[in-house]
Write a protein that binds this ligand. Structure first.
Ligand code: OGA
Ligand code: MN
Length: 282
């Protein structure tokens, strides 16, 4: 039962919108809200709820109304919450989170052939004194803005994604042991252009991209780097400056994101809930 609607104001860069008129109670009990959030997410890519002060249980319960939630252990007592912190006392696997400083799609390298996640929600519990903003860019727009010749040229291209590619950005001079460990993780191949069930298309870009199949490594790398630069040009990026209590959700199928660097000793703590994907990259 509900006839209320939410107010959605675009944030001005072709990506992101601020949502007002929602509070924690509506998140918990308004039956029309999940559908409206999904529609707005499809349209705007990123939704910002300032000062929502969502508690972890309500966050997870709301995300279950959007789709299936990832309930793997997340260094947090509430099932469905993953604690994002560089503090190893809060998250023993914090080292891996340095990977979030580079543009990426969540779940592009899943080991078990899982589909990339549909959406990710973050709530700020503590913020960094400086840095730690989260930046978003639309990979739908990145596709739409290609020239017709590029669309034709890229239609059949396939890209190899690897753990090594992401880790080299974090650790440029690996030891042989590190390198061997990275290379034990199987690589994944995805098309450059993702044809979504909705009919939309997006580019599959970000730190996991390694090489273009059938292209010389350096040439493929140059193409991937150029496309990422275009996709993430400053005027195309929404940068969220966090206050404690903000919640942001993004459409992980058509958005790439990264965290601006922050100090490893920073108290910054985000609670993440992941809505699993139901669509392969195809
Ligand atoms: C993530 C992520 C960015 C941030 O949790 O998947 O990329 O700003 N986080 O913490
Ligand atoms: Mn991420």
């Amino acid at each position: 039962m509900s006839t209320t609607t939410i107010t959605i104001e675009p944030l001005g860069r072709g990506i992101g919108a601020q949502v007002t008129g929602v509070d924690r109670d509506r998140m918990a009990s308004d039956d029309s809200l999940p559908g409206e959030v999904l529609r707005a997410l499809e349209e705007h890519g990123v939704l910002v709820f300032r000062n929502l002060r969502l508690d972890p249980e309500t966050q997870v319960a709301f995300c279950w109304r959007l789709g299936e939630v990832d309930t793997s252990p997340g260094h947090h007592p509430v099932k469905g919450i993953y604690r994002v912190s560089l503090d190893t006392s809060k998250n023993a696997a914090a080292g891996y989170l340095r990977g979030t400083f580079h543009w990426h799609i969540d779940g592009c390298l899943a080991e078990d052939d899982a589909y990339p996640q549909m959406a990710t929600m973050l709530t700020a519990r503590a913020v960094a004194k400086s840095g730690g903003e989260t930046e978003f860019a639309s990979t739908y727009a990145a596709y739409d803005d290609l020239t017709d010749a590029e669309k034709e040229q890229f239609a059949a291209l396939r890209v190899v994604h690897s753990l090594e590619a992401t880790q080299r950005l974090v650790t440029p001079d690996p030891t042989p042991e590190q390198l061997a460990a990275w290379r034990r993780r199987p690589v994944k191949e995805h098309p450059l252009v993702w044809r979504h069930r909705s009919g939309r298309r997006s580019l599959v870009l970000g730190s996991t991209t390694d090489s273009v199949v059938g292209m010389e490594h350096a040439a493929g790398r140059a193409l991937l780097d150029k496309l990422l630069r275009r996709c993430t040009a400053p005027e195309r990026v929404y940068r969220h400056e966090w206050s404690v209590g903000d919640t942001v959700i993004w459409d992980n199928r058509g958005v790439i994101h990264r965290a601006a660097p922050y100090d490893p000793d920073s108290p910054r703590e985000m609670l993440r809930t992941t809505v699993l994907g139901d669509e392969p990259i195809q």
